[in-house]
Design a protein around this ligand. Structure first.
Ligand code: ADP
Ligand code: MG
Ligand code: ZN
Length: 476
């Protein structure tokens, strides 16, 4: 009988924090910018420069820890991780080894198999490295230190995951929590969230873990899923052929669908860690910690409960709207203005989701303001425009965040609510379509649809279809 294997996975997730300035200097963290323009003596490792800790980094890191049920290390410190690499101008990275800011937490994930806790071993703060650019020149490599010193947290999970599905659920949960906190935008593609996958296999029923490998360079959920399947196969193959898995760092190549060894795994002692003498101990007082706790936002679960209670919209709507913080914010702001929860929800769930999908955008890239959405809804309610025109305006709003009220004025889109003008058109349509009129009178209810359509066309869409329908019935 073939042996059955279980996959064991633990993740190391790096998240770039959304501070305006770097972790130890005042340089901008903004993405992009000409190479080496967001730099100073501190983040380029000049002799004599000294780091000064950005307080916001500690607050974000602690906030993520609180939200993931961790214990906060109130007396913590930074350590130097020593290694040479050209993207690391100091020859060491300032990180935390001995006293990471958060320890022993967990997040709860949901999969087809139900809900499960994934343990968080620790969360530590550290600085990002610069970026080497190999592609643009034939025989030189350039270095850009704009990213050097951008604050990171590294979230280290316990080896609690057993499938790609669980890994993705875990990453989605982390991303949701961190986005709700506003601590990062967590974009895998842009690298503000990066996951290293540690994976081993063992025979089902075994009590010891197998030897693991670590895979880097995974920048989408799809490549993570592929890498997990590929590495699992590779390790099982080795074991089935009586070979051993070597503990090493591997790079997954998604186009070739295979991984290759980068380097053998180094141990903490290889880095000659020691407490950074340039930085003082961090003391998170009880009062400071209480303040960080009191700043925790309403998270998704609480929001869902409140929406049900306060807005009385269906569970399905709530599920979609609270799926991103941005969507939830737009919803709440628009409802506060127009007091129409179900209508706001419909615009978000149907048109907004459709356009986002069509243009491959995420909710964070939405440009229209909640106030403009509320105005659009009110314009329909007040019968200034009909639903069809509103949809056309919404598409323009989605592109350029125009003010719908002004747009209606400027483009003469106001609906004809003048009974006289409407009646005249309906009479003309009745006169021009004797066959449909006869059909309707003979009991074919459907014939009225055609007449409504003809009237709407004659009115260039600027009529209220319900009023047209009513008037037609009266006149027939
Ligand atoms: P190191 O300090 O050498 O990087 P850690 O013990 O901190 O190693 O573990 C790093 C990551 O690897 C953690 O996310 C952990 O859950 C995971 N991990 C550890 N052992 C295994 C294993 N046998 N199989 C899969 N993942 C593992
Ligand atoms: Mg590690
Ligand atoms: Zn700097």
């Amino acid at each position: 009988m073939p042996r059955e294997y279980e996959t064991v996975i633990g993740l190391e997730v790096h998240v770039e924090l959304a501070t305006k300035t770097k972790i130890f200097c005042g340089c901008s963290t903004r993405f992009g910018g000409a190479p080496n323009t967001h730099t100073c003596p501190v983040c380029t490792g000049m002799p004599g420069s000294l780091p000064v800790l950005n307080k916001q980094v500690v607050e974000y890191a602690a906030a993520v820890g609180i939200a993931t049920n961790c214990k906060i290390t109130q007396h913590c410190k930074f350590d130097r991780k020593n290694y040479f690499y050209p993207d690391n101008p100091q020859n060491y990275q300032i990180s935390q080894l001995y006293l990471p800011i958060c320890k022993d937490g967990y997040v709860e994930i949901e999969t087809e198999q139900g809900s499960k806790k994934v343990g968080i071993h620790e969360i530590h703060m550290e600085e990002d490295a610069g970026k080497l650019i190999h592609d643009d020149w034939e025989d030189v490599t350039m270095v850009d230190y704009n990213r050097s010193g951008v604050p990171l947290i590294e979230i280290v999970s316990e080896p609690d995951m057993r499938s790609a599905e669980e890994v993705i659920a875990y990453l989605e949960k982390l991303r949701m929590i961190i986005q709700y906190l506003g601590a990062s935008d967590c974009k895998l593609q842009e690298g503000s969230m990066r996951a290293d996958v540690n994976l081993s296999v063992r025979e089902v029923g075994a009590t010891e873990f197998g030897t693991r490998t670590e895979m880097k360079n995974l920048n989408s959920f799809t490549s993570i899923a592929h890498a997990i399947a590929g590495e699992r196969e590779r390790q099982i193959d080795l074991l089935e052929n009586g070979k051993r898995v070597t503990q090493e760092t591997r790079r997954w190549d998604d186009t070739k669908a295979e991984s290759y060894a980068m380097r053998s795994k180094e141990d903490a002692q290889d880095y000659r860690y020691f407490p950074d003498p340039d930085l003082i101990l961090i003391e998170i007082s009880d009062a400071w910690l209480a303040q960080i706790k009191s700043n925790q936002p309403e998270f998704r679960t609480q929001k869902m409960a409140r929406y049900k209670e306060e807005y009385q919209i269906p569970d399905y709507d709530i599920e979609i709207i609270t799926g991103t913080k941005r969507m939830a914010d737009i919803f709440e702001e628009a409802v506060a203005i127009c007091q129409q929860p179900k209508k706001v929800s419909n615009w978000l769930m149907v048109e907004t989701m459709r356009l986002l999908k069509e243009k491959s955008m995420d909710a964070d890239q939405i440009r229209f303001s909640p106030a403009h959405l509320a105005t659009l809804i009110m314009l329909v309610d007040q019968k200034v425009i009909n639903q069809t025109i509103a949809k056309e305006i919404f598409e323009v709003m989605f592109e350029e965040n125009i003010d719908p009220k002004q747009y209606v004025e400027e483009n003469g889109l106001k609906q004809e609510n003048d009974e006289g003008a409407l009646k005249k058109t309906v009479e003309e349509v009745i006169a021009a379509n004797p066959q449909s009129v006869a059909d309707y009178r003979a009991g074919k209810e459907k014939a009225i649809g055609f007449l409504v359509g003809q009237t709407m066309k004659a009115m260039k869409g600027k009529a209220d279809p319900a009023s047209v329908n009513k008037l037609l019935k009266e006149l027939l």
